[in-house]
Ligand binder design. Structure first.
Ligand code: F6R
Length: 369
């Protein structure tokens, strides 16, 4: 039941902190990640040379977000592929490949067929799933459940943060088995993960009203762009997908570095652009580069809405709206940065008088190919 909430989606966004906390619970022992469901299954991880994540929609964006941590921590090359594209290109897979599927429902036909195909080719399969006993986990060698609780709104929100959490846990579990991450770094990552629920709660408390307010002013907006870089890139894609789904307006996510290779031509005066700004503590000067992207679009009249960490003052001169997220290690920022985007999609849909929970033409679980 939705209780006092205006929609299931509003309730489910408010449950994002618990979705992360409940997914972590019982999987950390003495500061190390040990996933009980994977006990006795070390063979799945010891001989592999490649990980391929298969999923659709929001679950695929969770996969794209998790790829950075998986590779960094396990040093296993990781690719993410849309499940419905995967088996139609004769992929090079075999027993050295671990195919990780991600699905909230566990019933998505495209993802199920990709898993079956992977098994037929001799690959090992692991399912990240939110629904106990669903078809995809039953067809897989192993399962790591997300504990987001039932998700009723068609647009996925709390399952998304739980999926990223599960991928991070998987990464830390595998890194421990393979000895690919030193103990301090692993303990630091665990501490960061455990701190996420409280930080999401802060974003909800501090920004919800602000976002709802400006989404009301934006009710007539025809198009919104989202820019991100590194782990912020899949978050930009997720922000755009959510807007398409429940607000029915044109929305696109881009890698910020791609801007000058084409998309900047779209920017005209008044065009709203969300920019997910990487932390200034991020390696590789990403912060500076994204701030200079912001200057470029601002010079062309864009209405800039930034999602930036607390205390980042470099964005202030160029932003029309600033949405703040608490400090976190760069790999954990996407779990915070996505929250304002979920709230915004809901806010705009509500401002347009649409049914937030049941968008037209969509079903919660897509059981046909
Ligand atoms: C987006 C959304 C869809 C699903 C996708 C996969 O808000 O709801 O893109 O994420 O259809 O569904 P599952 O995770 O059930 O396989």
């Amino acid at each position: 039941e939705k209780g006092g909430w205006s929609s299931f989606m509003a309730k489910e966004v408010s449950e994002e902190p618990e979705a992360v906390a409940n997914t972590v619970r019982g999987r950390v022992h003495d500061g190390q990640v040990v996933i009980p469901e994977l006990e006795g299954l070390d063979d799945l991880f010891t001989g592999i040379r490649r990980i391929i994540v298969v999923a659709c929609g929001t679950a695929a964006y969770a996969g794209q977000t998790g790829k950075y941590a998986l590779e960094q921590w396990t040093r296993i090359p990781t690719d993410v592929e849309l499940a419905h594209e995967f088996r139609y290109r004769d992929p090079v897979i075999g027993e050295d490949t671990l195919v990780v599927s991600i699905s909230q429902s566990g019933e998505t036909m495209d993802t199920l067929m990709a898993v079956k195909y992977a098994r037929e080719q001799g690959a090992k399969t692991l399912s990240i799933c939110n629904t106990q006993g669903a078809t995809i986990p039953r067809e897989s060698d192993a399962v790591v459940y997300t504990h987001a609780g039932p998700e009723v709104a068609v647009a996925s929100t709390k399952a998304f943060v739980a999926q990223i959490t599960a991928l991070y846990l998987l990464g830390l579990h595998v890194a421990r088995l393979r000895g690919s991450l030193d103990a301090d770094a692993a303990a630091q990552a665990v501490a960061e993960l455990e701190a996420v629920p409280e930080k999401i709660q802060l974003v909800l408390e501090n920004e919800q009203q602000h976002i709802e307010q400006f989404s009301r002013w934006m009710a007539d907006t025809q198009s919104v762009l989202f820019l991100g870089r590194h782990v912020g890139y899949p978050i930009a894609l997720e922000g755009a997908l959510k807007l398409k789904e429940i607000s029915y307006i044109h929305a696109e996510g881009f890698a910020a570095g791609e801007l000058k290779h084409g998309p900047i031509a779209l920017v005209e005066p008044g065009q709203p652009v969300f920019v997910i700004v990487p932390s200034p503590r991020h390696s590789g000067e990403l912060h500076k580069k994204v701030v200079s992207n912001i200057q470029e679009i601002r010079a062309r009249g864009a209405r800039v809405i930034v999602v930036a960490e607390e205390g980042d003052a470099a964005v202030l001169p160029f932003a029309d709206e600033v949405l703040r997220i608490p400090l976190a290690d760069p790999l954990f920022e996407p779990l915070l940065a996505v929250v304002p985007l979920h709230i915004f999609a809901m806010g705009l849909s509500t401002a347009k008088g649409l049914d937030v929970d049941k968008p037209r033409n969509l079903a919660k679980s897509v059981t046909v190919e």
